[in-house]
Design a protein around this ligand. Structure first.
Ligand code: SF4
Length: 281
């Protein structure tokens, strides 16, 4: 693996995380910030920003880049939608991102639980912008219909990388993910769709440009681009630490192609500064 360059030396400062970590423990909610070992955790937690991980912290797929635990998932926590909503209130969030583990064991992929969570948040304050970052739900049209009409303003589904490198996204399919994004928008044209990719698996600029065009072709106008960081030696290795200039280059190309907003930098994650996307457009 290449040596980490100086632009990727962000420090995790546990003292900045404590307040939110104990709040989440008490409220019995999970965050992807903690489960995925996000490098932005101290920055986001100190600003009282977090991304909730619903449907339990155990995933039924085995993407080789992801730090979320995999295995036999737990039963759903019926109190989770309310617990998340109350925590959103406590944090005073005006834009909240909710994501989940992939739950291929559930017939609806967890769609109902997502919808209950959105409703619980909106019941507290309808002006809170809710953004969902969903798995592909195996392209289950009924489940995606529920998600599209859940009340969330933004619905994201990540392509993660270019199709040639999909071995890192075992059990998933690039074309299916594009179809999911297309379907969500056709089911409810009033929502905005968003996607995210990571650089550093060995992708070429031309491949990223093709991916961006294919996102635009399915109506997706928001994109996040960040650097892949390998969670451990058991995960996919980093092939390349991409220079900040290349992130900016791809951002400009994408904006010229027609995206409404692209956040692109080494530490960009799907939910990083998520409020910026709507504010900028
Ligand atoms: S970037 Fe997203 S996942 Fe990472 S700490 Fe911030 S809110 Fe959490």
């Amino acid at each position: 693996m290449p040596i980490k360059p100086e632009w990727l030396r962000k420090k995790i400062r546990p003292s900045l995380n404590q307040e939110l970590e104990s709040m989440f423990k008490k409220s019995k909610v999970n965050t992807v910030c903690q489960e995925a070992m996000c490098p932005n955790i101290s920055e986001c937690f100190s600003k009282k920003q977090a991304t909730f991980l619903i449907l339990g912290p155990i995933c039924t797929r085995a993407c080789t880049f992801c730090a979320v635990s995999r295995g036999k998932p737990m039963a759903l926590d019926a109190d989770e939608p309310q617990n998340v909503a109350q925590t959103v209130k406590q944090l005073g969030l005006s834009h909240v991102v909710i994501t989940s583990s992939t739950r291929d064991d559930l017939s609806d992929g967890g769609a109902k639980h997502f919808c209950k969570t959105v409703s619980a948040i909106k019941a507290i304050d309808d002006s809170i912008v809710v953004e969902l970052l969903i798995p592909d739900m195996r392209e289950n049209v009924e489940a995606l219909k529920q998600i599209a009409h859940s009340g969330a303003e933004i619905i994201g589904h990540n392509l993660e990388t270019v199709p040639r490198l999909y071995a890192v996204r075992r059990g998933s399919n690039y074309k299916r993910s594009l179809r999911v994004l297309k379907l969500l928008l056709s089911l409810n044209p009033s929502i905005a769709t968003k996607s995210g990719i990571m650089l550093g698996f060995g992708e070429k600029d031309k491949e990223v440009e093709i991916l961006m065009q294919e996102l635009l072709d399915v109506g997706c106008k928001y994109l996040s681009i960040g650097q892949y960081l390998s969670p451990s030696t058991h995960h996919a290795p980093v092939v390349e630490y991409v220079k900040p200039e290349r992130f900016e280059y791809l951002r400009k190309i994408g904006m010229d192609m027609g995206f409404k907003y692209i956040k692109s930098s080494p530490y960009t994650r799907s939910s990083y500064m998520a409020h910026e996307y709507l504010e900028a457009t």
